[in-house]
Design a protein around this ligand. Structure first.
Ligand SMILES: [Zn+2]
Length: 116
């Protein structure tokens, strides 16, 4: 996809890539290319549950497998319903912040829950 980018300003097909930037020779517009596009795509993809459904703040989810809680002997049982989740950025994959009855505040991985 090095020579098929159209200029977002004038729609010219003659834009070319210069390092991280795309440059349009017809109107002079410059914009950033691939790196930002990838980041935008990841964000647009959102946080999805085990079934691929999009999750949102305030959703209720159900834990689909027993989850051992790090640093404690407690286990969140599969089938536990979790209300009012909050989505968060997490480099370790724990992208859901929530509070579980009897356990307290914790972080879950979206791949281990499904939308209630
Ligand atoms: Zn242009």
């Amino acid at each position: 996809m090095t020579d098929t980018m159209k200029c977002p300003t004038c729609n010219s097909e003659h834009a070319y890539q210069d390092r991280d930037l795309w440059v349009c020779p017809e109107c002079g517009h410059e914009w950033s290319g691939a790196a930002d596009a990838v980041a935008d795509t990841a964000q647009a993809a959102g946080v999805r549950d085990a079934n691929g459904n999009l999750l949102a703040d305030g959703d209720s989810v159900i834990v689909i497998k027993d989850l051992k809680i790090k640093g404690s002997s407690s286990v969140v049982k599969g089938g536990t319903k979790v209300r009012n989740i909050r989505l968060q950025d997490a480099s370790d994959g724990h992208d859901i912040a929530c509070k579980i009855d009897g356990i307290g505040a914790m972080n879950l991985k979206s791949e281990f829950v499904r939308k209630a």
